[in-house]
Design a protein. Structure first.
Length: 166
């Protein structure tokens, strides 16, 4: 017989320890948005990760935000797109002087399929810089999925940057 976690009775709109219990979840952050969230301290703005997979969004505390920042290579939440993460329940999260269950993002990024390279992201800017230095598009296509339209746009932006360099 399957058992029911006590937190299920509170039906949170956000991902919590009762939603994943004994197993890790590997998810892909679609985007992160600053949202007003009601918690124990009233309404506050929080980073909220929305996932490509059909699961609840997750409020990112400082610890988890730092981990996503590391994976994304950018401190700006607008660049936190297509980021694979592995989420687990940590039973020793300190909150108000006691240990509670909390969600954590593992320090090693999970190995999943290649992420998509998208315009207007930190990865896009780095790809342009790399192409200006080396011209090795193959190294980028080994690391990222690039649609035909985005490949055309990437090549045009590199050409425009080279023209400006003179």
């Amino acid at each position: 017989m399957e058992k029911t976690h006590w937190k299920k009775a509170f039906n949170s709109d956000y991902l919590s320890s009762c939603d994943i219990e004994e197993r890790d979840l590997i998810l892909t952050i679609e985007y992160v948005k600053l949202e007003e969230v009601t918690g124990q301290n009233g309404k506050q703005n929080r980073n909220v990760a929305h996932f490509k997979e059909k699961v609840k969004p997750m409020i990112l505390n400082v610890t988890n935000s730092k981990q996503v920042k590391k994976f994304a290579g950018s401190r700006y939440i607008e660049d936190w797109v297509n980021i694979p993460v592995q989420i687990y329940v940590d039973t020793k999260v300190r909150m108000m002087g006691e240990d509670v269950e909390g969600l954590r993002i593992r320090s090693q990024q999970p190995k999943v399929g290649k992420p998509e390279l998208l315009p207007d992201t930190e990865q896009w800017k780095k790809a342009i810089g790399f192409l200006l230095e080396s011209g090795e598009l193959e190294k980028i296509t080994k690391k990222y999925i690039i649609t035909e339209n985005n490949l055309t746009k990437l090549n045009q932006e590199v050409a425009d940057a080279k023209a400006l360099q003179g």
